[in-house]
Design a protein. Structure first.
Lengths: 370, 293, 326
């Protein structure tokens, strides 16, 4: 049995169903990230794990024990909130120790615990201050300290970095990852930021409209998205999704992308058997921007590179790379080029497509074909 | 209100500005005039008021009217002055304010952080009670106070003021706690604090401003009440406002204007002091009472 | 949890002699029942805590309203009586000259009070918002009357408006011999002195409400309007005043309900006189219920007052609470 198990979880507010049968499991020491657009139910899911919201049906168990009807304070969890939720009237030290105080831990032991956590998070000098006197990053640390000091079985993080500015967010992300590696705690972490999800998680669960879309390691979710939603949601810039047709040309499959003048045909290397049945039918071709490059920038290890000329519509330099927008199959398609490529708008230039990393989706069900 | 005037970038000429200032000053005079009249004439002898100019400073200063008003003037049948009534008011105001504020705080806490089915209806009913014309409850209230054996007592008045102050105190705290982050309650719940502990340890320590606003509001309202005092009080529970009215409108004997003015200032003093000391909170209470929801 | 382990661990089985698994199991069950009881209590605790206040309000507000409502259709005179007489009291009430005077006075007083307070309040707020030096001094001066009891206000104005010693006398002493200001002694004009004193007391408060509204307007909107070429007058008429709609509404509701409830000020200023020239519904209700031994009629007048206030307050509260919901 997994450390945290969620089985067939349903949650309704009146007649509105916000969680529609969620199943997730995570092993001890794992880092589960719940990700999805706002309103997808990820925060509700976290709150039901915490016990802050009741569930309509299903089962949640932590460390082999069903906690459905257990009060939040008895689930042996700690939570870091989006707003940090530091008690404004207490000093930092009192904030950290409040949970211990409620559990009847003696003052001396509390002091010791505060010192331990403060040392780990480097906030010793802040212990006497009030939350109002702290910067955003410091509050974030105190909120983590309050969770850590309890040494719970399970940590819950509710978008903890979303109130920080961009640079601090990256720093704290690294810090959280380091803490997780050092302490080996089990964490459930909610975010809408797919980069946070990719960098932190051992398991990512993608949610949409209360339905779990895919659970898997970051690599699985990124390189084998279960459906078009996951493909589109994970990755930045997002995956290009192009309507196309599968053609069977004497044993080898190719994908045809209709263009204004002539349609573009790209060979599909080693097509999986599941794709065979789609020959002659339309599919959605998915290809990530980093797999559309200039000829020199193509991945030297890639085995199947297809070339095609496309007309450059927009050039967006970001410094390290330059994103180039062109049209394919009537849709805007973004490619990722090396920075100093001297591309100019309107030019018709050859693009390299890494055909080893393409994805196919069924246009009706939106599910992954291959 | 405390923020400095914004840069509205309005261009106004010198003449327009002079006009604006004179209008504002005229109104300042209008608002200050009655206070000035009361103060100046409370320090004059009766003869000087009768023969002199009400807007003139006293030629002979005398504190006699103040002494009279406080300790000697005839009110009702006894020449007690306003002193015993001042004490009546104090004895009534303090418990009424404390009880209604405490109840309002806990009600506001429940109505925002422990909402239950129908909490909106409960709040609506409490809110509407702020606005009822008290004439509608006078007759049954008199009966109930009689039945409870509280007729004519200070305890009876305290009960009345608590009941009819609850709507406002609940409103104040509800609006304040509504803006209080619910995540803090959740954090404390996970930390293991229960209903009362969250209230005492998390909410109350952050409630300073709204407590001040509520106490000032209740203090002003209860101190200034006349209708309930006139309806339900006896000699030994009559509040200051009723005594002042008796003093001023007694039809027997000479009208001692100077004593009346001194008495009026005495009756106004506690609320005026509160206003001067913490006008900011007073205004906030007025606003909270006016802009609802 | 700690107690649970205590209960089911060895010390207890030692006390009870031989530890029987069944017995332990029973005790544990008992304890778990107790725990659910406590948790049950926790879920009902908030409602339990709220209930005393709610019961007080239900009883002392809504129960009393119902009681007074019943008295208004009863034959109560000096004391409450339960004999049902239908709408007789209302018929009598509306045929009473005193009541029609009270209603007419309320109309005069209410309209003038609301209009004048709003005009003065808005005017002062707009002027004060023009970066006035000394705003910090002026604002408290405009507002302090709100802290006073109506009885104090009434006393001050009563003697200040008294022709014998007050304003009229002052003007005579200053050489304006023909000056006459005896409204407070005049049957026709006395109600306007009530308006004067009430405006004095409340207009500063209205000013504060409008000032808060003005300060809440986004300055960039004003700048945009000026770039669009609006003059100061147009700026206020077309942009600012329409944006103060909520403040107008609040001011109206507060002033209207204060007007209908007005009692203390009339008692202190004119005591309803001269004659009954300044009678208002509130003073009418009091004298009919408690001094004229016409409790049924008094109760019916109170019901009419409640209906007047409710027709203003309920739509307002309804819209305010509903807005809050979304």
């Amino acid at each position: 049995m997994a450390f945290l198990e969620i089985n067939r979880l349903h949650k309704q507010y009146g007649s509105v169903e916000v969680l529609k049968g969620v199943d997730i499991a995570i092993e001890e020491g794992g880092f589960l990230v719940l990700v999805g657009p706002s309103g997808c139910g990820k925060s509700t899911l976290l709150n039901t794990i915490a016990g802050l919201e009741s569930i309509s049906s299903g089962e949640i168990s932590i460390d082999g024990k069903v906690v459905n009807d257990l009060h939040p304070s008895k689930r042996d969890i700690a939570m870091v909130f989006q707003s940090y939720a530091l008690y404004p009237s207490m000093s930092v030290g009192e904030n950290i120790a409040f949970g211990l105080e409620m559990r009847g831990v003696s003052k001396a032991d509390r002091e010791k615990a505060i010192q331990g956590v403060a040392g780990m998070l480097q906030i010793e000098h802040l212990l006497k201050r009030r939350p109002g006197q702290l910067s955003g990053g410091q509050r974030q640390r105190v909120a983590m300290g309050r969770a850590l000091v309890r040494d719970p079985k399970l940590f819950l993080f509710d978008e903890p970095l979303s109130n920080l500015d961009a640079k601090l967010r990256v720093d704290m992300r690294t810090e959280i990852k380091r803490l997780h590696q050092k302490l080996g705690t089990t964490i459930v972490y909610v975010t809408h930021d797919q980069i946070e999800a990719m960098t932190l998680a051992t398991q990512i669960a993608v949610l949409k409209d209360g339905i779990l879309q895919q659970v898997g390691s970051p690599d699985e979710v990124y390189s084998k998205p279960a459906n078009m939603f996951v493909a589109d949601f994970m990755g930045s810039p997002t995956m290009n999704l192009i309507e196309a047709r599968i053609e069977n040309g004497g044993g080898s499959l190719s994908v045809e992308i209709p263009q204004r003048d002539r349609s573009l045909s790209l060979p599909v290397p080693q097509p999986p058997t599941s794709l065979q049945s789609y020959s002659g039918r339309s599919v959605v071709l998915g290809i990530r921007p980093e797999d559309i490059t200039d000829l020199d920038g193509a991945d030297p290890k890639a085995e199947h590179i297809a070339h095609a000329n496309c007309s450059v519509e927009v050039v967006e330099p970001t410094g390290a790379d330059t994103f180039v927008v062109t049209q394919l199959g009537g849709k805007e398609v973004t490619g990722r080029m090396r920075s100093a490529n001297g591309l100019s708008v309107g030019a018709d230039v050859p693009f390299a497509f890494n055909m080893g990393k393409i994805h196919f989706f069924d246009p009706a069900t939106e599910l992954r074909i291959a | 209100m405390s923020a400095a005037s914004k840069d509205t970038a309005l261009r106004t000429g010198v003449i327009a500005r002079a006009l604006i200032y004179s209008i504002l000053l005229v109104f300042a005079v209008f608002y200050l005039l009655p206070l000035f009249v009361m103060l100046v004439n409370s320090l004059k002898t009766l003869d000087e008021i009768r023969q002199g100019n009400m807007l003139a400073f006293p030629e002979v200063f005398t504190f006699e009217p103040w002494i009279q008003a406080w300790g000697e003037a005839q009110i009702g049948v006894e020449p007690t002055g306003l002193k015993p009534y001042f004490i009546n008011s104090l004895v009534m105001v303090v418990p009424a304010v404390i009880i209604s504020t405490l109840l309002g705080a806990i009600n506001g806490y429940v109505l925002t952080k422990w909402q239950f089915r129908g909490h909106r209806v409960v709040f609506g009913l409490m809110l509407f009670s702020c606005f009822i014309p008290f004439q509608i409850v006078l007759i049954p209230m008199a009966r109930i106070l009689g039945i409870l054996d509280l007729a004519g007592t200070t305890s009876g008045l305290v009960l009345v003021h608590v009941v009819y102050g609850l709507g406002f105190t609940t409103l104040f705290f509800r609006n304040y706690y509504d803006a209080f982050p619910t995540e803090l309650i959740r954090a404390a719940t996970i930390d293991g604090a229960g209903f009362f502990r969250i209230f005492r340890r998390i909410l109350l320590p952050s409630s300073g401003p709204i407590i001040v606003v509520t106490v000032i509001w209740q203090f002003t309202n209860v101190w200034n009440d006349f209708l309930f005092g006139a309806s339900f009080a006896d000699f030994d529970s009559q509040p200051m406002t009723v005594a002042l009215n008796n003093l001023v409108s007694s039809s027997t004997g000479v009208k001692e204007y100077n004593v009346h003015f001194a008495g009026a200032i005495l009756a106004a003093l506690p609320t005026l002091i509160v206003y001067v000391v913490s006008g900011r909170y007073f205004v906030r209470g007025l606003m909270a009472g006016a802009v609802k929801g | 949890m700690l107690i649970a382990t205590l209960f089911s661990s060895d010390p207890l089985s030692f006390v009870s002699g031989k530890a029987k698994p069944l017995c332990q199991w029973r005790l544990k069950l008992l304890f778990e029942n107790a725990v659910t009881m406590i948790e049950r209590l926790q879920t009902y605790l908030p409602r339990l805590v709220l209930s005393p206040s709610f019961v007080l309000i239900l009883l002392f507000v809504y129960g009393f309203i119902a009681f007074t409502g019943y008295l208004s259709v009863s034959d109560s005179r000096m004391l409450p009586s339960l004999g049902f007489v239908g709408l007789e009291n209302y018929e009598k009430l509306f045929s009473l000259r005193h009541w029609s005077i009270a209603l007419k006075n309320l109309a005069i007083f209410g309209i003038l009070y609301i209009v004048i307070c709003t005009v003065i309040g808005l005017g002062l707020a707009i002027l004060l918002d023009m970066k006035i030096r000394g705003e910090g001094v002026l604002r408290p001066i405009y507002l302090y009357p709100m802290a006073l009891s109506f009885i104090v206000t009434g006393t001050a104005w009563k003697w200040f408006l008294d022709p014998g010693i007050g304003l009229e006398n002052v003007m005579h002493l200053w050489g304006w011999e023909s000056f006459s200001f005896n409204w407070i002694k005049s049957r026709e004009m006395a109600i306007y002195t009530v308006v004067l004193a009430a405006v004095w007391q409340s207009s500063g408060f209205v000013m504060a409400m409008f000032l808060a509204g003005l300060r809440g307007i986004d300055n960039e909107i004003l700048k945009a309007a000026q770039i669009d070429g609006a003059s100061n007058w147009q700026l206020y008429r077309r942009i600012v005043i329409p944006m103060l709609r909520p403040a107008f509404l609040s001011a109206f509701v507060v002033l209207a309900h204060l007007a209908i409830k007005a009692y203390d000020l009339v008692i202190a200023l004119t005591n309803g006189g001269p004659g009954r020239a300044t009678e208002l519904p509130a003073t009418f209700m009091y004298s009919y219920s408690f001094t004229r031994n016409q409790m049924g009629i008094g109760a019916s007048s109170a019901v009419i007052m409640l209906m007047m206030i409710a027709s203003i307050i309920i739509p307002y509260l309804y819209s305010e609470l509903r807005e809050k919901k979304t």
